[in-house]
Design a protein around this ligand. Structure first.
Ligand code: SF4
Ligand code: SF4
Length: 580
């Protein structure tokens, strides 16, 4: 028996444990990262793996599920792009045990490059998808996902949004915990290694299964009270329900647990019963596409096509549809009350900051493709020129060098991202003779998503070995706190790349400062020699340094300074020293 006040992500993990999941695989990414940790907490004896990337995680989960076991696979929605190849194929083959794929979305977006909707992938791949509206619902629908997967032998997607993953609810589980389901692989070549001819047969079987499942899971039309209805799924349903109840709006509510496949008969009946149907869902019109008449939503322009569906937005939509005037008691915010928004910055003492600073000193006219991680904040130092997706810094560097042969190109990639998708790009740069410098920012962890482990800390493989394996012949390793050595290493790497017509790698290794910040008690201080040139607090932008307006000089916030002493190397006036 488990009870408590749980995160949505924790309840997804608990449902997986209670459904008999044997193995769980994931790559971290907000808002999904807590699921694997919670799985290990609830069932420490079961297998859990942080895989190198989402494609590998999905293939491992599918491989075990094809062997008859029950598995869980977790990622954020942009990770689903990486996993798209096996996703489409495994939807056709199905599984012999059970598998739930959790792809967590980020409408807003709050910590992602896009607002993409994982449910669109589910439609495209023909994989059933469940859309929970709150943490308790996430538990219920994950359990349901395993039941569907076992019954139809199909992989099932669960798509929570950030507000479901990261909100908490009281939860009391019954005594349902199943023993982990282990399977054995049964050879079935026409299914597991299907040729195109058999793929068509698998596709036909999948379509029949989806029709049966859609009918079984058809949403319930309630006893009619009003002429208008809201059809909603996920977090939008929870918001709409609150708005309708609290503001007494004239709408019946219909909850869609499974946006795909949606029962055709349900759509026909809903269109017959109601004069007006409002479809509310995040983020794309997956449900709405099924309706043809009497329906308003994103496709008609009533619902915004970007951003989260907040209570305010939903209330405005429903009042407008009902032809009612909404009275708001929103207090007007005057300019003086507007909160100051501080931009996110690298931490004081972060090893990435001097690495970026060294790049700018080594290559003032350089082009700096960046990547995904906390080090994307190097954009504040003018040392990140592009940010597209995981691993794209290396391939962008190759491309940009080809288009800008006269300019130095140094890309940055974190240690976790390097192993995720950077190695393939680096290999491509080697075999295609790209004279670029790849700066690997190694903080020895996957810091941004909660310090998940990185491959080179297992002691089985180093970053240097991976680079050598990719064919790189010039590899330097430096401590980023030594600015002079960092600049020298980058200049040598640029010269080597130019002469050898091949990539060179500089690895900047410094443990993430959030793990070391209290170890070093020495701090820096600024003397009267300061000329207020602004370099340390603007160009170098250490958050522990600020401008004392009255004294017109830089000052150090001793509570924030961690004693990295890089500012001493940055100050042209030698006005910074170690506090005695
Ligand atoms: S870099 Fe040196 S001179 Fe410039 S503001 Fe900072 S302490 Fe003052
Ligand atoms: S030593 Fe200087 S650069 Fe390092 S954290 Fe303190 S103020 Fe910032």
């Amino acid at each position: 028996m488990v009870n408590g006040f749980f995160l949505g992500n924790e309840l997804i993990a608990l449902a997986a444990v209670d459904s008999g999941v044997k193995s769980a695989y994931a790559y971290p990414g907000t808002p999904s990262s807590e699921i694997l940790l919670a799985f290990s907490k609830f069932a420490p004896e079961r297998y859990a793996q942080w895989s190198l990337n989402e494609k590998i995680a999905l293939e491992l989960a599918a491989g075990e599920a094809i062997s008859g076991s029950s598995t869980l696979c977790c990622m954020k929605m942009v990770g689903l792009n990486v996993a798209a190849d096996p996703l489409f194929s495994v939807a056709y083959t199905g599984v012999d045990g059970a598998m739930v794929l959790v792809s967590a979305d980020d409408p807003g977006p709050y910590s992602s490059q896009t607002e993409q909707d994982s449910r669109m992938y589910a439609v495209s791949a023909k994989m059933p998808v469940l859309d929970p509206c709150n943490p308790q619902d996430a538990y219920r629908l994950t359990m349901l996902g395993y039941q569907i997967s076992e019954k139809y032998r199909l992989p099932v997607m669960v798509r929570p949004v950030m507000r479901v993953c990261h909100s908490r609810q009281n939860f009391e589980a019954g005594d349902v915990s199943k023993e982990p389901i282990h399977g054995q692989f049964s050879k079935n070549t026409p299914r597991w290694a299907a040729t195109p001819k058999f793929r068509r047969i698998l596709h036909e079987k999948l379509n029949k299964n989806l029709d049966l499942l859609a009918a079984e899971m058809a949403p319930k039309i309630p006893e009619k009270r009003y002429d208008m209805a809201v059809v909603a799924s996920g977090y939008a349903y929870a918001m709409a329900k609150d708005v309708i109840n609290e503001m007494n709006l004239p709408f019946d509510m219909i909850k869609v647990d499974m946006p795909f496949p949606l029962d055709k008969q349900f759509v026909i009946e809903a269109e017959m019963v109601y004069d007006r149907i409002v479809v509310l869902e995040e983020t794309f019109p997956v449900i709405e596409h099924n309706f043809t008449i009497k329906t308003v939503g994103r496709l008609t322009g009533l619902v915004p096509s970007e951003g989260e569906l907040t209570v305010d937005i939903i209330a405005d939509i429903l009042f407008k549809t009902a032809g009612m005037t909404r009275k708001t008691d929103k207090a007007e915010i005057t300019t003086s009350e507007t909160p100051v928004q501080l931009k996110p910055r690298l931490c004081a003492g972060c090893g990435h900051r001097p690495a970026f600073y060294a790049m700018k000193l080594a290559a003032p006219s350089g082009i700096f493709p960046g990547d995904i991680g906390c080090y994307t904040l190097g954009v504040n130092l003018d040392a990140v020129d592009t940010c597209i997706c995981m691993g794209a810094s290396v391939t962008f560097a190759e491309a940009m060098k080809r288009s800008n042969p006269d300019r130095p190109v140094i890309c940055t990639i974190g240690d976790s991202t390097f192993f995720h998708t950077g190695v393939a790009g680096l290999t491509n740069a080697v075999v295609n003779s790209a004279p670029i410098v790849v700066a690997i920012l190694d903080n020895e962890t996957t810091a941004m998503t909660g310090f998940q482990p990185v491959p080179h800390k297992t002691g089985k493989l180093t970053i240097e070995q991976a680079c050598q394996g990719a064919g790189v012949r010039h590899i330097a390793k430096v401590d980023p706190y030594n600015l002079k050595k960092g600049v020298e290493a980058l200049k040598q790497a640029l010269a080597y790349a130019h002469t050898d017509n091949s990539p060179a790698v500089v690895i900047f290794t410094k443990e993430c400062v959030t793990k070391t910040r209290y170890k070093n008690k020495k701090i820096a201080e600024i003397t009267d020699a300061c000329t207020d040139c602004t370099i340390c607090y603007e160009k170098f932008e250490c958050p522990a340094i600020y401008r004392d307006k009255a004294k017109r000089m830089a000052k150090i916030d001793e509570t924030a300074c961690v004693g990295c002493m890089v500012c001493i190397q940055v100050c042209p006036q030698k006005a910074i020293g170690v506090k005695k």
